[in-house]
Design a binder for this molecule. Structure first.
Ligand SMILES: Cc1ncc(COP(=O)(O)O)c(C=O)c1O
Length: 374
């Protein structure tokens, strides 16, 4: 049962354990030490609420944050005045002045962004983002060669950080990891930036070993409890609980079907519990006839399609006293991790987290005294 249960409130409850988030960041910071551990709080801290998460992380010792967009950076600056804030998606000319005003540091990813920040950045620091094989953002090889040949393009810019991003960091055996590390070092040397702070590792990169830590690591997902390495035991604490309340329990008989499209034929007489949680809440439609909840220690399958605001679960094998209106079903929590639910939806924890809806009643558990440094 979630904290502060209210009989009259049928909304699903999302409980965010800020203490677990702090513990997770500390575990990563210890592992990466002496590298600095930053925190990625883009996409509203992966859906968990940047306004609640970022101040707690800052109190725990985070001094560098990463967001995706200038808008996210401005929102973060209004919460925290001290930390360095890097904007991963770079700088669009329409936001340059606002980025300077709010002391945001763009991760410059092309020659044109370098030129534009030289012109409009008023000497403010920036990061240089080099692509070493993911072929997403970052200076591509031809632009890197042009920059190495004409270092003048960087003159007058304060490059406070050089970064690159791993394509396969969650697979420790993937040969691209070492190749990207080597290419990153070579690129920094070619640009005469070998003495600058460098960053390559996000969550999974931290677990590839000290070679990958460089000066700064920038985890996101693992801070929020997702497993950093695919298919390996998860060393992170679960920071999230999602519970939905049973609104109605109904009897069904052989020959009936459940839900839109009649996709679940009833084989034996049984009981169906209806919970007020649907795809409008980020409970993916792909979980229809595939997902699970947990009720009093019993795994109960989602049967029939997920609809906008409701799901149906087979509680035929659950003691009737447990499966009754008002009972809480755990969908994410100690008995069913985000990664498991994501797998059932044929997705990843990142997508599930960032889809979490505003419609939930949100409960934040503050770190216990002593969990944050005074
Ligand atoms: C460039 C960059 N750095 C850091 C991160 C944080 O990654 P993770 O959430 O896997 O720790 C991301 C996430 O997508 C990213 O794109």
């Amino acid at each position: 049962m979630p904290p502060g249960d209210d009989e009259d409130d049928d909304r699903p409850v999302l409980t965010v354990d800020l203490g677990a988030i702090v513990d997770n960041w500390r575990l990563l910071a210890d592992k990466a030490w002496p590298a600095e551990a930053a925190a990625a709080v883009k996409a509203d801290a992966y859906g968990l609420g940047m306004a609640r998460v970022a101040p707690v992380l800052a109190a725990a010792g985070v001094t560098t944050f990463f967001v995706a967009t200038a808008e996210e950076g401005i929102a973060l600056r209004s919460l925290l005045s001290a930390p360095d804030i890097y904007v991963l998606n770079g700088v669009a000319s329409r936001c340059a002045a606002a980025m300077v005003r709010h002391r945001l540091r763009p991760c410059l990813c092309s020659l044109s962004q370098i030129a534009s920040w030289k012109e409009s950045g008023e000497g403010s620091p920036a990061a240089l983002h080099i692509d070493t094989g993911i072929n997403r953002l970052g200076l591509p090889p031809d632009e890197l060669a042009a920059l190495a040949a004409d270092g003048g393009q960087l003159r007058g810019l304060e490059i406070a950080l050089v970064l690159s991003h791993l394509a396969c960091g969650d697979d420790p055996d993937h040969r691209l990891n070492r190749r990207q590390l080597g290419d990153f070092r070579a690129a920094m040397a070619a640009l005469n930036l070998a003495d600058r702070p460098a960053s390559l590792a996000a969550s999974s990169g931290i677990f590839l070993g000290p070679d990958f830590h460089l000066a700064l690591v920038r985890p996101g997902a693992s801070i929020y409890g997702l497993a950093p390495l695919a298919g390996r035991p998860n060393p992170m604490r679960q920071a999230l609980r999602l519970e939905g309340k049973i609104i109605q329990v109904r009897r069904v008989d052989r020959g009936m079907t459940v839900g839109y499209g009649a996709t679940h034929p009833v084989g034996e007489p049984g009981r169906i519990a209806v919970v007020g949680l649907g795809y409008a809440d980020g409970f993916f439609r792909a979980l229809g006839n595939r997902g699970h909840g947990v009720l009093g220690g019993h795994r109960i399958p989602v049967v029939g399609r997920v609809s906008m605001d409701l799901i149906t679960l087979d509680v035929s094998a659950t003691p009737p006293g447990l499966a009754s209106p008002g009972a809480w079903v755990e969908f994410i929590g100690p008995h069913h991790s985000i990664d498991e639910l994501a797998q059932e939806a044929d997705s990843i924890g990142y997508e599930l987290l960032t889809a979490l809806s505003r419609r939930y009643r949100r409960v934040y558990l503050e770190p216990a005294p002593g969990e944050s440094p005074s």
